[in-house]
Write a protein that binds this ligand. Structure first.
Ligand code: NDP
Length: 246
């Protein structure tokens, strides 16, 4: 593990499960202090207790935060202190339906969380990074933002927006020492997968088609690797697939 991450303050959104929780474990292993945010505070508290007993030298704070609530995000960010690394991971998919069948509620929830939520947290943290002229923002996109698929229009669109926002941010910070990265997972077995297939295993099997999915640790290891490069190295974009996913 990279000693460059020891003592860094790492904010992870969506740290209560899946990839975000795995990121928390891997940054803790690297000696980073953690700011863990999600709506399910009970899950964050459990994770904090487990990580504190394994890594007594690190500081961990938890924040009950809905990234869709811009005012709350900005108010909460005032208590974060200096954030060295922001992992914009909070995100979701609600069902996968034909465009004409998607409800307004599902559409709003995906766009408000995956796109606007990511922007809210970035707006809260980036000014501090600019003032200190250092920091790293790592956005968790998706292969879906680069390869659209049927029945995934809004989710794919939301992740395509993340890809564009990430690239624009790269240009907007080009005259600073701030690093901007996008990591795009393929299929990862998390709670997200249960929601995506509404617990329907045969539907899941038909989509996975024998692919052995990644798990949260596979992505967390990548995130920690990207964050742990020297300050002059920015890995701007990565696609991380299961070996047999096309
Ligand atoms: P999980 O469902 O396991 O985790 C999603 C996390 O996002 C949870 O911690 C959840 O916390 C949080 N979250 C959801 N909505 C909000 C909100 N409004 N405010 C704050 N936090 C929120 O799924 P994954 O770990 O798989 O997903 C993590 C990221 O990875 C997402 O951005 C997803 O799009 C992306 N991704 C996942 C892939 C996969 O195959 N699993 C593939 C490609 C990308 P809580 O409910 O407690 O708020």
């Amino acid at each position: 593990m990279s000693s460059r991450l020891r003592g860094k303050n790492v904010l992870i959104t969506g740290a209560s499960s899946g990839i975000g929780e795995a990121c928390a474990r891997h940054f803790a292993q690297a000696g980073s202090n953690l700011l863990l945010a999600a709506r399910r505070k009970d899950r964050l508290e459990k994770l904090k207790a487990a990580l504190e007993s394994q890594h007594p030298q690190i500081k961990i704070s938890t924040f009950e935060l809905d990234v869709r609530n811009r005012a709350k995000v900005l108010a909460t960010a005032a208590t974060f202190g200096d954030v060295d690394v922001l992992v914009n991971n909070a995100g979701l998919v609600i069902g996968l339906e034909k465009l004409e069948d998607i409800t307004e509620e599902a559409m709003d929830t995906m766009i408000d969380t995956n796109v606007k939520g990511l922007v809210h947290v970035t707006q809260a943290v980036l000014p501090g990074m600019r003032t200190r002229d250092k920091g790293h923002i790592i956005n968790i996109g998706s292969v879906a933002g680069h390869q659209a698929y049927g029945n995934g229009s809004i989710y794919c669109g939301s992740k395509a927006a993340v890809a564009s926002i990430t690239k624009a941010l790269l240009f907007e910070t080009i005259d600073t020492a701030i690093r901007i990265s996008e990591i795009n997972p393929g299929m990862v077995e998390t709670e997200f997968s249960v929601v995506r297939f509404k617990g329907d295993k045969s539907k899941a099997d038909s989509v996975y088609k024998g692919v052995h999915p990644l798990d949260g640790n596979d992505i967390a290891e990548t995130v920690v690797f990207v964050a742990g490069r020297p300050d002059h190295v920015n890995i701007a974009e990565m696609l991380v697939f299961p070996t047999n996913q096309a």
